[in-house]
Write a protein that binds this ligand. Structure first.
Ligand SMILES: [Zn+2]
Length: 405
């Protein structure tokens, strides 16, 4: 999307000279920062920043995955993040990810692979063999979820199959040995618009690719006089503490290189605002008591402003007021969410980035059901509503809701 829109790729290993224009930079091929360096000095105008995360809870293949049992080959998996495990049973699963190989010239190279067809499943135990399944069944991630890949009569290991897949997808590579991989299982069922009046959107990874897509799409139409930025970070689902995660230095070092003068950098941060976008929990008609009765966001009623006095969300009255003013000016509905006082609250990259940069921040997101399931549900209007507000944010040439003194 960015290359098609004329953004230039920056390399962290090269020296940068950032003049007004459109750029992006990636780290580990799993986090990305895209920005429009405006014609005006960001030290005077601040930077309009939107954040989201690229990762989603899933099952990842273990390094020595093969489990031979009764003539079947299953694959051992690690649980990445807070997976809702039950919905992973009886799905048509595929495998994709990164494979690192050594070629015949001893060069180490990484390539992406995607089996791109249903190659595995996690069959449920029949109810006849577990009469208490609907009332008592729990899921043991070590024992119950290794996906079933094939019959072992073929005598092929998973590593051999993977090597064939690399050769098929990357015939130009002369692979001498396969050195490592990071592979995830995923649902082959595509996204769908559902509901009698097409009011729902069902898909995998709505948390948080919906926000990544909406943010990048909005950035493409950003005003070119002011500076705007979108960051999509890996590893949010496991706490963000990594070289490419929101708690790492990726955003700070990118901003420092955009503004090498320290005083300019600090002035720009003081003028800036970050909208952290991540999905919210809509009030569920079957479980309404899981929400505070005054704060139950509805699907298709607009983006949700997330508030938590204990700073699990970074919103405050001033950053929230600014977001409300953007919504109102653009006829976009909005809602607010606080968690029940007797329940623990989730968190996002918002407070982490606020702490790392010292930037004014707020947390918003579209309401969804089934967060962290293999298939989540959003309202079909809400991504568009969020995009309208983010586009208005990226085109705001004013003071970004700064309080006049
Ligand atoms: Zn999320």
């Amino acid at each position: 999307m960015l290359l098609d829109a004329g953004f230039s790729a920056l390399d962290e290993k090269q020296s940068w000279d950032i003049s007004p224009g459109k750029y992006f930079v990636t780290r580990n091929d799993s986090s990305i920062i895209a920005f429009v360096r405006g014609k005006d000095d960001p030290a005077d105008t601040g930077i309009r920043m939107v954040g989201a995360h690229t990762d989603s809870p899933c099952l990842k293949v273990k390094p020595n995955p093969g489990i031979d049992s009764h003539g079947y080959l299953n694959l051992g998996v690690e649980v990445y993040g807070g997976v809702l495990l039950n919905p992973w049973f009886d799905r048509d699963l595929s495998i994709a990810g990164r494979v690192t190989v050594q070629d015949k010239h001893k060069n180490i190279q990484s390539v992406l692979v995607n089996f791109d067809r249903a190659v595995a499943t996690i069959p449920s135990l029949a109810i006849h063999l577990d009469r208490e399944a609907n009332t008592q069944r729990t899921v043991n991630p070590q024992k119950d979820i290794p996906p079933l890949l094939m019959l072992t009569k073929e005598k092929q290991t998973f590593e051999e199959i993977l090597r064939e897949q690399v050769a098929q997808e990357h015939p130009e590579l002369e692979v001498a040995s396969l050195l490592g991989f990071e592979l995830s299982f995923y649902n082959t069922q595509g996204a769908a618009i559902t509901g009698m009046a097409d009011e729902f959107l069902a898909s995998a990874r709505l948390d948080n690719l919906l926000s990544c897509y909406t943010g990048i799409e909005s950035l493409l139409s950003a005003d070119d006089s002011v500076t705007s930025l979108m960051i999509c970070s890996d590893h949010e689902e496991v706490g963000s503490a990594s070289a490419e995660g929101a708690e790492g230095p990726f955003l700070r070092t990118t901003l420092e290189r955009m503004m090498p003068n320290k005083d300019d950098y600090h002035r720009a941060i003081a003028h800036s605002l970050l909208i952290s976008t991540d999905n919210a929990h809509g009030i569920h008609p079957n479980y309404p008591d899981k929400h505070d009765s005054n704060h139950g966001p509805l699907l298709n009623s607009g983006p949700v402003i997330k508030i938590n006095a204990n700073q699990r969300y970074a919103t405050n009255s001033e950053t929230s007021a600014y977001f409300v003013s953007l919504c109102t000016a653009n006829d976009v509905p909005y809602q607010t969410f606080v968690t029940r006082t007797d329940m623990a609250c989730g968190s996002t990259i918002g407070p982490i980035t606020a702490k790392e940069l010292g930037v004014r921040t707020l947390d918003v997101g579209v309401p969804t059901f089934a967060m962290h399931s293999i298939r989540e549900l959003a309202g079909s209007d809400d991504a568009y509503s969020l995009a309208q507000v983010l586009q208005a944010f990226y085109s705001d040439c004013g003071s970004l809701g700064a309080i006049s003194k």
